[in-house]
Design a protein around this ligand. Structure first.
Ligand SMILES: Nc1ncnc2c1ncn2[C@@H]1O[C@H](COP(=O)(O)OP(=O)(O)OP(=O)(O)O)[C@@H](O)[C@H]1O
Ligand SMILES: [Mg+2]
Length: 208
């Protein structure tokens, strides 16, 4: 594997997409070949699954249904898109990945973490990010940013979960960072965009 796999994680509205786009531009200008992608999604089939996961349904989506849909989308994404790009030596930037499964479905919904880790392992074939940038933000701030930022657009199914759920997700991410401090770097996402980006660059530097 010649490329570098970097993921952005964190609660809704933390600035993942903003920072990923800034980093992709920066790296491209510096002459690197970059693939930016996102989960759930990243391939046509996986993007269809994303649509299923984010739209509000009249029936309750069982926690396991959610888990399997995310896993199915990840299988496609890793095989069809991420692994080929890494084999070509690209820097792959991914908006959410396996840590989101542990934070949302594990810490958030209470599905057994060991089971989710095994499923993640199966879905990715053991692929792990070299570096994960965790943008940490209290859920109150993130959800309110989303509302401001995407005026006129309805909140998606996950943004509509209660605040306690989002608090567990945030704590889950921080716990994961404590377990793997070398891989998962925590950045205070309450700072202005430029300050956050400066920290992103500082963490990326050793990899370039
Ligand atoms: N550091 C920041 N300070 C204040 N506002 C920010 C900051 N970073 C991003 N924003 C704004 O907050 C909103 C959400 O940012 P962004 O879409 O990048 O977050 P996200 O983590 O990708 O969210 P989601 O989980 O919903 O995809 C946008 O309107 C963006 O312009
Ligand atoms: Mg985003």
């Amino acid at each position: 594997m010649k490329g570098i796999f970097i993921t952005f994680e964190g609660p809704d509205g933390a600035g993942k997409t903003t920072q990923l786009n800034l980093l992709a531009d920066y790296l491209r200008k510096a002459g690197h070949r970059v693939l930016s992608t996102r989960e759930p999604g990243g391939t046509p089939l996986a993007e269809e699954i994303r649509g299923l996961l984010l739209s509000p349904w009249v029936e309750e989506i069982h926690g396991l249904t959610e888990v399997f849909l995310y896993a199915a989308s990840r299988v496609q994404h890793v095989r069809e898109k991420i692994l080929p790009a890494l084999a070509e030596g690209k820097i792959v930037l991914c908006d959410r990945f396996t840590d989101s499964t542990l934070a949302y479905q594990g810490y958030g919904r209470g599905i057994e973490l060991d089971f989710l880790r095994k499923l993640n392992y199966l879905a990715t074939g053991g692929l792990k990010p070299a570096l994960t940038l965790l943008l940490d933000l209290p859920p109150e701030e993130g959800l309110c940013r989303g509302k401001k930022g995407k005026e006129g657009t309805a909140r998606d199914r996950l943004e509509l979960q209660d605040l306690d759920f989002h608090r567990r997700v945030r704590e889950g991410f921080l716990e994961l960072a404590r377990q793997e401090p070398e891989r998962i770097r925590v950045i205070d996402a309450r700072q202005p965009v430029e300050k956050v980006f400066a920290e992103v660059l500082a963490y990326i530097a050793p990899w370039l």
